[in-house]
Design a protein around this ligand. Structure first.
Ligand SMILES: C[S@@+](CC[C@H](N)C(=O)[O-])C[C@H]1O[C@@H](n2cnc3c(N)ncnc32)[C@H](O)[C@@H]1O
Length: 231
């Protein structure tokens, strides 16, 4: 059967639109059901970034949303401490091709501490002393919406401590060995988000961390911790 190329393009576009519609609906359902693991991006750090860093951040936030759309078992995604009048909001509307308020994201202007009890909140920060051991659906995991080109040490750790929230770092030291000590264990929000998504599905920290950390950072699995999934 002959299908002319423009009809084929239309056909494929329709499939793409339907798949995207179904995925959006799934994210919306997850928010309404309220029983998925909650991950919040805290947008309270705009003042610490240059316009260039805000642009980088808006691209990373788009990646977070794309990962969320593609995920088999998506999180309940929240944007907290979010301001409609910020420069970041205008950048995000452009980068995401849509106003985030129209997307299946739980958009909140309030700080995360106004939305959930402090004891249920865990701030993920590279400077925390204690490593995250597992994911617990009764908790809300918060990522700092920060893209600092020159890493500002303790930015989110100080914020967590100041608000009386538990702080945890990814268990990189526990599961990986670093062959190039010059690289830091600070990752972008979309990398951290992807690690959490994969960990939720596999329960394997080694594989989840290695899947998102760029090889140039020189991290390898600690052999004794390698699990079947990564062999
Ligand atoms: C580019 S980092 C920002 C680093 C910033 N200097 C800070 O103090 O958080 C973006 C966010 O990803 C999360 N993150 C990055 N690396 C992490 C790690 N190793 N452990 C836990 N969270 C991490 C944190 O939530 C962090 O705020």
């Amino acid at each position: 059967m002959y299908i002319c190329s423009s009809r084929l393009v239309c056909f494929l576009r329709n499939i793409h639109r339907n798949v995207r519609g179904e995925r959006r609906q799934r994210l919306q359902d997850v928010i309404h059901a309220g029983n998925a693991l909650k991950v919040a991006l805290d947008f309270g750090f705009d003042d610490t970034m240059s316009e260039k860093e805000l642009r980088t951040l808006s691209n990373q936030v788009r990646e977070v949303y794309s990962s969320s759309l593609r995920a088999e078992d998506p999180f309940h995604l929240l944007f907290t401490n979010y301001s409609r009048t910020s420069l970041l909001h205008s950048l995000l509307c452009r980068t995401m091709n849509e106003d985030p308020f129209c997307l299946p994201i739980d958009m909140r202007e309030e700080k995360v501490t106004r939305l959930f009890p402090r004891e249920d909140i865990v701030f993920l920060t590279p400077d925390a002393v204690t490593a995250l051991e597992t994911l617990d659906k009764t908790k809300v995991y918060v990522l700092g919406a920060v893209a600092d080109k020159t890493v500002k040490k303790r930015l989110t750790l100080d914020a967590a401590e100041g608000s009386g929230i538990a702080a945890r770092r990814l268990p990189i030291k526990e599961y990986l060995h670093q062959t190039k000590p010059s690289y830091t264990a600070t990752m972008t929000i979309n990398q951290v988000f992807d690690i959490l998504l994969m960990y939720q599905t596999t329960g394997d920290w080694t594989a989840s961390l290695l899947s998102a950390i760029p090889p140039r950072k020189g991290f390898i699995a600690r052999d004794e911790d390698r699990q079947t999934y990564n062999k």
